[in-house]
Design a protein around this ligand. Structure first.
Ligand code: COA
Length: 269
């Protein structure tokens, strides 16, 4: 049973990047279940179509749009199509992200640029391209960050750089956009079960044994992220902007030292 009022987002429109899988798909489902029209934006047309079909049981109107968040023209096109189909956009979720474990001493410039491009430039492109189509006052922005924004993490320099940039963007934009009738916040998940992100980090040693060492000794679920993402666009958070909610079991309290044990294991020392 949901703790939320049914129809909480009735008649509203949400634009969600990275919406075909993982946390973002879970959020798309939650918003759709609560009455929103949802545009999911992602690169892979097959995954998008599967996601659109999987959301059919919500009864919501779903638009599946193929675009790379690094491509500003493609994002403008997606934003325009959403406006034409559903009217003004109420909620923008910048969720598209890229990740892999790689040592900064060896990764290519293109590898670093790929992650910073998807996460950081992609976040800017998402908001800039939808800005002319927002319902204002009243629009809400949400960005998916990560504990790497505040925990220095080896093998994740590209992600740390991108996510800390994202958190600076959220705070700076919040100051600028408040009087324009828009608020923007962040959600920072730790490890979330069943997601590609966790799968990629597990390959580098952040496995279930690691989860047991966290302050709350488990990983999170997609449903927990979706519920918080609903709170962050609901009237409950109407006076909140520029804040990043750490829904991460406490990993962001640990700083960089948490990663030394698995780094030593990786490096065989
Ligand atoms: N280690 C080191 N370098 C890697 C890498 C890895 N595991 N995976 C990719 N790269 C490099 C590639 O070799 C390439 O660099 P090069 O041109 O110098 O060889 C560069 O990264 C870009 O790779 P490419 O596959 O062309 O980029 P892409 O735009 O298609 O994919 C990624 C972007 C690399 C971030 C890819 O992992 C991705 O699409 N991720 C999305 C899904 C995801 O990560 N989800 C979890 C989010 S938390």
């Amino acid at each position: 049973m949901s703790i939320f009022q049914p129809g909480l987002l009735k008649g509203q429109t949400a634009f969600i990047t990275g919406g075909s899988s993982g946390i973002n798909f879970g959020i798309a489902r939650r918003y759709a279940e609560h009455g929103a029209n949802v545009a999911i934006v992602a690169r892979n047309p097959e995954k998008l179509e599967a996601a659109r079909a999987a959301l059919a049981d919500t009864g919501a109107r779903i638009l599946a749009l193929s675009a790379d968040v690094r491509d500003y023209g493609a994002m403008e096109n997606a934003a325009t199509q959403t406006r034409e189909a559903f009217g003004e956009i109420d909620i923008v979720l910048a969720g598209a992200a890229g990740n892999f474990m790689a040592p900064a001493a060896q990764m290519s410039a293109n590898a670093f640029a790929a992650v910073v491009g998807i996460d950081l430039l992609g976040t800017f492109n998402t908001f800039r391209s939808t800005m002319a189509h927002l319902r204002r006052p009243g629009a809400r922005g949400l960005v998916i960050s990560a504990p790497q924004a505040v925990n220095p993490t080896p093998m994740q320099t590209h992600v740390c750089a991108a996510k800390s940039g994202i958190e600076a963007f959220i705070k700076s934009a919040a100051i600028e956009w408040g009087a324009l009738g828009m608020r923007i916040n962040g959600l920072s998940p730790g490890g979330v079960e069943g997601t590609e992100g966790l799968q990629r980090l597990s390959a580098g040693g952040l496995n279930n044994e690691f989860a047991a060492t966290l302050p709350i000794p488990r990983y999170a679920t997609v449903d927990e992220m979706a519920d918080m993402a609903l709170v962050l666009v609901s009237p409950l958070s109407a006076y909140m902007t520029g804040h990043v909610v750490a829904l991460d079991g406490g990993i962001s309290l640990l700083g960089g030292s948490y990663s030394m044990a698995w780094l030593r294991a990786q490096q065989g020392r």
